[in-house]
Design a binder for this molecule. Structure first.
Ligand code: NAD
Length: 488
C-alpha cells in the first residue's frame, strides 16, 4: 500500500496514527494516510504563524511570490497525469475528468501568480490640508483552507492561489475521504521552493482535526468548502477565534428549459450537468424544470441517453461514469430516492443499487411533477439523480426555480433574448449559465448565497478577501503640534 504523509513546516511527517483510504471502485484499502490530531494541528498552525511573521516569506516582494506561484503552476501541469491517477484511485472520480481538471488547475495558479503584484492600496483625498492618508492592502494572516473530497486540487487552488498571492500562509486540510491527492500535491509545494510553514497540508477527522483547526487562536481566516451542516460547525468554531470566513457550500441548482430552446444542446448540457462527476458536484443541475409542451420528449431523450452512459472502472478512459466516493454517501442518496418514490415521484430510470463490488449507483431520473414535496426536489443529493418538474410559463418556472434554500448556480435554455434577461435578473443564484452549463474559469467569480454560503472564489475580488486594509495617517506640516490644552 502507498503511504501519504502530512506536510508541516517544510517536512513530511507521519501523524498521530495511520488510517486506510479505500478505492471506491473495489471497496478495498489501497493507501495509508497519516492522521493529524490536535498536536499536528497545533504544529501546523504554529509553523504557518511563524512563516507569516518572520523568515523569508514576509520579506519577499509580491513579484517574488508570484514567481513561486508560477513555478507551482508549472509543476502541477507536469504532474497532472500522476495526480489524476491518484485522485481517480482515491475518490473514484473518472480519469477523463481528473486529467482534464488538474491540467486546468495549473491555470488557476498562473492567474493568481500574475495577480500577486497587482493587489494595490489606495490614496485618499482626505479633508485635512496637512495630512496624507493612504490604505495599505496587507495579507490577512494565517488561513485555514478546508476542502471536501470532490475536485480537491481545484477547490484548494481557488483558496491557495489568492491566499499566497496576497502574502498569507496556509494550513490546508484535506478531507478524510480521499485525501491522497492533496498530500501528493504537497510534494509539489515543497519542490516549488515555498519557505517552510508557508503551506502546510494535513488531513484528519472532524473532532480532532477540523474542529481544532477552525477554532484555533492562530487562524485569521477560514476558507471552507463543504456541506451546510459542517459549515454551521465551522461558524460556531470561528466564534472562538473570530476568524473571517468564506463558505462555498452545496446547491440544488435549477436547469430551466423553455420550449423554444435548442433541445440538442439542452439535453447534452443536462446530461453533463447531472451525470458528470457521477453527480458529485456542487453545481450539479439537479432540478430539471422543463416547459410542459416538450417535457415528455425531453424526458424520453434523457432516459435514452442515461441508458447509454458507460459505467465502469474510473481508471479506464472509456468510462463515462464511475462509483460514488463512499458507501455512506450511496446509502444516503438511495434513501432519498426511495423516500421520494414513496412521496409520489415516478422513477423514469435507475434507482436500483447494482450488484457487485464498488459504490456504483446508476444514472437516475425521477419525474416529480405530481410530488412537489418529494425530498429529491429539495435536498442536495450529491449523486447522479435528476429530479424533473414541468412548468406552464415563465412565471411558474421562476417560482419553482427560486423555491430552494440554496442559491449557487442556475441554467437557462431559451432562444428568447428578452426572456433570458428577465430570468437572469430574477433568478436567486450566484451563477446564471445561459444556453450553456458548468463553464468555469479562474477569471470568473464563483459562489452563492443562502444555504450555498457566502464569499466568492475565482477572479480578482477573491484575492482581496485574503487582505486587510491598514489606514495610514501622515502629518506633513512643519509646524509643531499645538498644545491641546492651551485655549486659543
Ligand atoms: P463535508 O461538509 O462533510 O466536509 C467538508 C470538509 O469539512 C472535509 O474536509 C471535512 O473533513 C471537514 N469537516 C467535517 N466536519 C468538520 C468540522 N466539525 N469542523 C471543521 N471541518 C470539518 O462535505 P462533503 O460531504 O465531504 O462534500 C460534499 C459537500 O461539499 C456538498 O454539500 C457539496 O455541495 C459541497 N461542495 C461545495 C462546493 C462549492 O464550491 N460551492 C464545491 C464542492 C463541494
Amino acid at each position: 500500500m502507498q503511504r501519504f504523509e502530512l506536510y508541516i513546516d517544510g517536512e513530511f511527517l507521519p501523524g498521530a496514527a495511520w488510517f486506510e483510504s479505500l478505492d471506491p471502485a473495489s471497496g478495498a484499502p489501497w493507501a495509508e494516510i497519516a492522521e493529524a490530531r490536535r498536536a499536528e494541528v497545533d504544529r501546523a498552525v504554529a509553523a504557518a504563524g511563524r512563516a507569516f511573521r518572520t523568515g523569508p516569506w514576509p520579506a519577499m516582494s509580491a513579484t517574488q511570490r508570484g514567481k513561486l506561484l508560477m513555478r507551482l503552476a508549472d509543476l502541477v501541469q507536469a504532474a497532472a497525469p500522476e495526480l489524476a491517477q491518484i485522485e481517480t484511485r482515491d475518490t473514484g472520480k473518472i480519469l477523463r475528468e481528473t486529467s482534464a481538471q488538474i491540467a486546468y488547475v495549473a491555470d488557476y495558479y498562473r492567474y493568481y501568480a500574475g495577480l500577486a503584484d497587482k493587489i494595490e492600496g489606495a490614496h485618499l483625498p482626505i479633508d485635512k490640508p496637512d495630512m496624507e492618508v493612504w490604505l495599505r492592502r496587507e495579507p490577512i494572516g494565517t488561513v485555514a483552507a478546508i476542502v471536501p473530497w470532490n475536485s480537491q486540487l481545484f477547490l484548494s487552488a481557488v483558496k491557495l492561489g489568492p491566499a499566497l498571492a496576497a502574502g498569507c500562509t496556509v494550513v490546508l486540510k484535506a478531507s478524510e475521504d480521499g485525501p491522497a491527492p492533496l498530500l501528493a500535491f504537497a510534494r509539489l509545494v515543497h519542490e516549488a521552493g515555498f519557505p517552510p510553514g508557508v503551506v502546510n497540508v494535513i488531513t484528519g477527522f472532524a473532532p480532532d482535526c477540523g474542529a481544532v483547526l477552525t477554532a484555533h487562536p492562530g487562524i485569521d481566516h477560514i476558507a471552507f468548502t463543504g456541506g451546510p451542516e459542517t459549515a454551521r460547525h465551522v461558524l460556531r468554531a470561528s466564534a472562538e477565534n473570530l476568524a473571517s470566513t468564506s463558505l462555498e457550500l452545496g446547491g440544488k441548482s435549477p436547469f430551466i428549459v423553455f420550449a423554444d430552446a435548442d433541445l440538442e444542446s439542452a439535453v447534452n448540457a443536462q446530461i453533463a450537468g447531472i451525470f458528470a462527476a457521477t453527480g458529485q458536484s456542487c453545481v450539479a443541475g439537479s432540478r430539471l424544470l422543463v416547459q410542459e409542451s416538450i417535457k415528455a420528449g425531453m424526458l424520453a431523450e434523457l432516459a435514452a441517453r442515461a441508458g447509454r452512459i458507460v459505467i465502469g472502472a474510473p481508471g479506464e478512459m472509456t468510462t463515462e461514469m464511475g462509483p460514488l466516493c463512499t458507501a455512506r454517501q450511496r446509502a444516503r442518496l438511495h434513501g432519498i430516492v426511495t423516500a421520494s418514490v414513496a412521496a409520489g415521484a415516478r422513477l423514469v430510470c435507475g434507482g436500483v443499487i447494482p450488484e457487485g463490488p464498488g459504490t456504483y449507483y446508476p444514472p437516475t431520473i425521477l419525474d416529480c411533477s405530481a410530488a412537489p414535496e418529494a425530498p429529491c426536489l429539495h435536498e442536495e443529493m450529491f449523486g447522479p439523480v435528476l429530479s424533473v418538474v414541468g412548468f406552464a410559463d415563465e412565471e411558474a418556472a421562476l417560482r419553482i426555480a427560486n423555491d430552494t434554500a440554496y442559491g449557487l448556480a442556475s441554467g437557462l435554455f431559451t432562444r428568447d433574448l428578452s426572456r433570458a434577461h428577465r430570468m437572469i435578473r430574477a433568478l436567486r443564484a450566484g451563477i446564471v449559465w445561459v444556453n450553456t452549463y458548468r463553464a468555469v474559469s479562474p477569471i470568473a467569480p464563483f459562489g452563492g448565497h443562502g444555504l450555498s454560503g457566502h464569499g466568492r472564489e475565482g477572479g480578482l475580488a477573491a484575492a482581496l478577501d485574503y487582505t486587510t486594509v491598514k489606514t495610514v495617517w501622515l502629518r506633513t506640516s512643519e509646524e509643531p503640534i499645538p498644545d491641546p490644552f492651551v485655549m486659543r
